[in-house]
Ligand binder design. Structure first.
Ligand SMILES: CC(C)(COP(=O)(O)OP(=O)(O)OC[C@H]1O[C@@H](n2cnc3c(N)ncnc32)[C@H](O)[C@@H]1OP(=O)(O)O)[C@@H](O)C(=O)NCCC(=O)NCCS
Length: 158
C-alpha cells in the first residue's frame, strides 16, 4: 500500500523498505536521539531492518516516515487495539529539531487516527525529563494521567 498523508510542512509516508537507510541507522546511534528511547542502544543495520520490517508487516501498527524534502524521522500509530492506539515519534535528523516539524507530524497523525481510522483514544508514555517530547504531547492536548517512576503516562480522547 502506498499511503501519503500530506500536511503543510511535513508528509507522512507509510513506511517501506526504501526508508531503511544508513541515515536511519545513524539517527539511532546518535545519543541526542536515543537518550530517552527504551530500546537497547547497540543498533545495527540488521536490527533496525528487523524492527522496521516487523512494523511494515504488522496488522496492529501503522508506521510512517516523516518526510520534508527528505526523510527526517518516523512516527508510529500502534499497537492498535480496538479503538485505542499507542503513538511514538522520533525526529532522527537533529538539524530538523526545534522547528515545529514534530508538531506538524503529530497533528497529521491525530487527525488520521480520529477521523480516518475512527479511533477514540491515543496513549503514550514519555520520560519526564524529555522536555521537548513532553511539550510536544502537551501542545497537542495529551493529558498526563499518571506518573510511574521516570515515566509520565499520557492520553488523548477524541
Ligand atoms: C521529541 C522530539 C520528537 C521533538 O522534536 P522537535 O522537532 O524538536 O519538536 P518541535 O519542534 O515540534 O517542538 C516540540 C516542543 O518542544 C520544544 N523544544 C524543542 N526542542 C527543545 C529543547 N531542546 N528544549 C526545550 N524545549 C524544546 C519546542 O519549543 C516545542 O514546544 P512548544 O510547542 O511549546 O514551543 C525530538 O526531540 C526527538 O525525536 N527526540 C528523540 C526521540 C524521542 O525522544 N521521542 C519521543 C519519545 S515519547
Amino acid at each position: 500500500m502506498n499511503l501519503i498523508i500530506q500536511g503543510d510542512r511535513v508528509e507522512l509516508h507509510l513506511f517501506n523498505e526504501n526508508f531503511i537507510t544508513p541515515d536511519y541507522l545513524s539517527w539511532m546511534l546518535s545519543p541526542k536521539v536515543n537518550k530517552y528511547l527504551e530500546s537497547k542502544k547497540e543498533y545495527t543495520m540488521n536490527c533496525i531492518s528487523k524492527y522496521a520490517q516487523g512494523l511494515i508487516d504488522s496488522d496492529e501498527d501503522l508506521f510512517f516516515a516523516i518526510v520534508t524534502d527528505r526523510h527526517i524521522g518516523n512516527i508510529r500509530l500502534g499497537p492498535i487495539y480496538n479503538t485505542t492506539a499507542f503513538v511514538g515519534i522520533l525526529i532522527g535528523d537533529v538539524r530538523y529539531h526545534g522547528q515545529g516539524l514534530a508538531g506538524g507530524a503529530v497533528k497529521l497523525l491525530i487527525d488520521f487516527a480520529f477521523n480516518i481510522m475512527m479511533l477514540q483514544q491515543l496513549k503514550l508514555h514519555v520520560v519526564a525529563d524529555n522536555v521537548p517530547a513532553v511539550k510536544l504531547w502537551e501542545r497537542n492536548n495529551f493529558k498526563a494521567v499518571s506518573r510511574i517512576g521516570k515515566f509520565i503516562y499520557m492520553e488523548l480522547c477524541k
